[in-house]
Design a protein around this ligand. Sequence first.
Ligand SMILES: *Cc1c(COP(=O)(O)O)cnc(C)c1O
Length: 350
Amino acid sequence: MKSFEPYKLLRPHLRSLKPYSSARNEFEGQARIHLDANENPYPETLNRYPDPLQKILKHKISSIKNVASNRIFLGNGSDEPIDLLIRAFCEPGVDKIITPVPTYGMYRVAAGINHVQIKEILLKESFDIDPDQILKAVDNQTKIIFLCSPNNPTGNCFSREAMLSIVRQFDGLVVVDEAYIDFSSQPGLLTEIDSYSNLVVLQTLSKAWGLAGLRLGMCFANPEIIEILNRIKPPYNISEVSQRAALEALSKHSAYQHTGTIIRDRNNLTKDLSKLSIVEKVFPSDTNFLLVRIKSAEACYRFLQDNGIIVRNRIHEPLCAGCLRITIGTPAENEKLLQTLAEFNPQIEA
Ligand SMILES: *Cc1c(COP(=O)(O)O)cnc(C)c1O
């Protein structure tokens, strides 16, 4: 195994940064009287600062994901670890990240906010990555490669071997965003974080767990990377309300039962969409959405909108000409979508 030292990759000024030490950080034991954090003692609920390291919630996630707690970082959505990773490892105006395209737009935005250059490498026609092409684009300033698998908006998983060959050959961090992994028939790379210290896996409660409103993103990596993120995060980044609600949802498991239903409905919708004459192609999906190539896609998008159905217009994304991205809804919503699409006449509407 190659040696990877996160502290060497870390931006130099952060190596000696002294993180904010909160009252809740400094005292570990059991106390009956808390006079250390300038909290208001009177309200009976939410008057105390939350656990900055979310230990109870991490313990729960640890048992569900079978990953040690010291390999887990929790963020205010996946957006937070995406931003923190760039902020920790990429020097503004100097360093770069690489990502295949088309992909999730947040890597580009987070890089832009941090004044970090992004090199975008076109996926193959098959929507898989070409590891050689990605590795060829690496230079001394390249610190992070973001891979979204299953990929948004193409819906497919990248080849496991291709991703691991990048992890093995790249000297920086490889961040694999697995927001949709629970809808996939592929296992994902979470089991590999023990073997590769430069591998970071992102997951979220926003999709399969049905908790997008909660804003809880999970970042799994070797303990040194987790420690770095903990040092630079806002001290109380996950509110008490979020920690409690997440713990409750994860304890019930019932939210999760919808995953099977959504996969079933995705497969049904794939078949039904394929029968429509305006549909040129429904791409295979490992997610809770379908990328669909449609005749007169722009007009179709507007027609759906006029009929109260909002889908995601992806026609301007590379390799996605004529494509709309459609989230799997309830059976009734999917049926309404099919009916409306059947009424769409490209000759009249376009
Ligand atoms: C939806 C999505 C997420 C989730 O982001 P949150 O901030 O956790 O809601 C992350 N990555 C990708 C690729 C997504 O499509």
